[in-house]
Write a protein that binds this ligand. Sequence first.
Ligand code: NI
Length: 193
Amino acid sequence: MEDNLAEENRKLEFHLLEADEVYRIRMYGDPVLHEKALPIEAITEEEHQIAKKMLATMYSNPIGIGLAATQVGILKRLIVIDIDRDDPDNAPIVLINPEILEHEGESVIEEGCLSIPELKAEVKRPEKVIVSARTLDDEEIVIEDGSLLSRVLQHEIDHLNGVLFIDHLSRKKQKRLKAKLRQIRQEYAEIPA
Ligand code: NI
């Protein structure tokens, strides 16, 4: 456990060194979270810098395994994911313009979101997805997955479309979460950057 923690800190330290600083994560109530991000036409130094800073931001949150640019107020189609953040040998993935080509099946998994702290809910989504994207090296990749990665990909791509996981819940469930959401909105609203 302690070893794991030390390894994890090394990962965070590395990415913090790379990025110098982290972004402020936009919280529920911030209108930017409902905006649709625009496709990235060319991968430039700017995209590399954004990705580095997003990775540092994700690792600096102890439970972050995915982050979309929308969540840091940047309306570009870029996401970062590390579903094995405790494994020092597992490299994070950075995806530009990710797109779900195909989906199959159905699964119910509990989700949370760095932009909606302390709230978790079971969400029904396709089990398996095939996603195409470009890497930071401007290569095309296709990811086929039916496990946790599939779930995180869908959650993060949703962010790029201005969709939050709570938007997938039934009206009844959303109603039940209303007070909690109002509380989060009030707690995090208007915090200066
Ligand atoms: Ni999220």
